[in-house]
Design a protein around this ligand. Structure first.
Ligand SMILES: [Zn+2]
Ligand SMILES: [Zn+2]
Length: 66
């Protein structure tokens, strides 16, 4: 499982997100899933809804091919 390396800034301090990464089956966008906006610099989904194409419920856990 791949972890999000985006930055979350909270109360003036930044830390690494480490949420599970998802990708969108519809448009291929990759990012983590958050329950509200702007928590993570690498947020790609809001409650399973893709922030790029707007499709809902089409996110799958993202794995790197190495
Ligand atoms: Zn994240
Ligand atoms: Zn999408």
């Amino acid at each position: 499982m791949t972890r999000c390396l985006g930055t979350i800034i909270k109360e003036g301090k930044s830390h690494i997100c480490h949420h599970t990464l998802y990708y969108c089956i519809s448009c291929g966008s990759v990012g983590c899933d958050q329950y509200s906006f702007s928590q993570c610099s690498n947020q790609g989904f809001l409650y399973c809804k893709c922030l790029v194409c707007g499709v809902n419920g089409q996110s799958k856990i993202y794995y790197y091919d190495d």
